[in-house]
Structure formats: C-alpha cells, structure tokens
Write a protein that binds this ligand. Sequence first.
Ligand code: NAY
Length: 288
Amino acid sequence: MKGLYTALMCSFDEKGNVNEKGLREIVRHNIDVQQMDGLYVNGSTGENFLISLAQKKQIFDIVKNEAGDDVKLIAQVGALNLDEAVELAKYATDLGYNAISAVTPFYYKFDFEEIKDYYNTILNSVDNDLIIYSIPALTGVNMNLEQFGELFENDKVIGVKFTAPDFFLLERIRHAYPEKLIFSGFDEMLLSASVLNVDGAIGSTFNVNGQRARQIFELAQEGRIDEARDVQKATNDLIAGILDNGLYPTIKEMLKYKGVDAGFCRKPMKSLSEEGIKRAQEIADKHL
Ligand code: NAY
C-alpha cells in the first residue's frame, strides 16, 4: 500500500449531482497522466462531508469500475453517523477496495475511549485494513503518540494519513511504529515528511501536480535533498497560488483547463468567478 495517492476530486454538475463522465475522466487523468500509485476516494478533497450516502456509494462504484485493478484504492468511510460509516466500510470492501480509511469523529468533543470505540466498531464489521485519517486543523481532534499507539494495537489498523504540520509527533510515530504506514497529508510539506521516512503521501494537489510530488518523494528517498528542495519550491509556488485563489475550485478549474471535465464544487462551497477562473488558468500557465 506504500506510494503516492491522489486525494481524488469528484466532478459535480451545477445542481450538485455526480457527473459520472467527469469523474471517470478525473480517475483516468490521475492514473494515466499523473501516474499515481493509488486513489484516496471520498476524502476532504472529494467533498465527502457535503454529499449523501447514496452519492458516496455511487462514487465508490464509478471509481472502482473505471480504475479496476490499475492502482490501489482507499475508501474514506468515516462519518459522524457510525451506522453510515459501517455501511460504507462494508460497501467499499465488497467492491474490492484495498483498504478503508476513516476520519477521526469530529464536531462533538469525543473523548479517546469514544474515538477508539468508533474505530473498533468500523473494523469489527469488515474484513479489511484501515488507515486512520488524522486532520486536526479541520476536525479539532489532536491525538498524541500514546493514543496512536493504542489504535495501532489492532493489527487491522495498518497506518495513518497524517495531515498535520507537527513534525515532532510525526518523527515519534515513525520511530515507535516502523511497521505501520504513514502517509503525509500536506503537499506543501511533502519534502519535510519524506525526510522523516514516511511511506507515501495523499494529496489534493496531486490531481494536477502528481509528477512533481513523485520527484520530491523519490529524490528525498535517494538523499538528493538539494534537488528535492528545488522541486518543493516550484510546487509551493503553485500551491500558494492555489490556496490564495480557493483550494478545490482552483484545482477543478486547472483540471478543466487541461481538458478534464472536473465540473463544479458542491454548495455551500462556491465556484470561481470569471476572474477567479482566469486567475486559475494563469497560475496553471505559470506553475504547471
Ligand atoms: C483529503 O482527504 O482529501 C485530504 O486531506 C488530502 C490532503 C489535503 N488536505 C485537505 C484538507 O485538502 O492535499 C492536502 C491539502 O489540500 C494541500 O496540502 C493544500 O494545503
């Protein structure tokens, strides 16, 4: 399961329905052009927390049908409604997803026992491996080394998608759990994470910048840090522009600019103005 995974975007039409043709094009683009090792489906980048249960299943279906066995597939199934998370975990496992992942439960301030119970409930329902999705900036859930360790005691918990700028904690996890998989989640910090020997990365910007991400990751593994730093610099010029213009709508406009029918974002996320679209194209021209 090691390697580079796109946090897959989903194409929606203006009414918020899944645009199947567009989603298939995004999948193909990530496999054939960005040359990803795998796809992380229905994560934050997939606007997962804005869509219905039926749409989540529809997206799992379409992606598996389009990707087949070409790349590894991870299904993000985490949800505040635990019954829904279990249903999705079973659904994706039956479809043949290689692993599931679940965001830490958020909004209510769950204590660690509750978080542990959430993961065990999902895991007890399926015969599949799980990757913890930790993203404290969006969930407000900060777990420490000991808590990660407790979750890792279950052999079916094979790793963590670590989307945080805490390199002290990242190094401690790496050192304490060499057998678990760590995926870096912040693309602008990929080099720093790669130097700490993460096993891979999962990123939204890989939808358009996957090839540079691979260069950073592989150069770091080879110890060619000066070269990796140059590629991270070019990457961060791109990412700074994307973040400034609106993360997901800008990546979608860049995909459209490259001929991929990436569609619109789901409300309440807004789509770009004419000026924003022009800006997205300028950033693509300059930095891709
Ligand atoms: C997800 O589930 O889609 C991810 O968390 C992928 C990781 C991304 N995080 C978010 C919140 O989008 O790729 C990152 C991020 O977009 C990028 O580093 C820019 O900050």
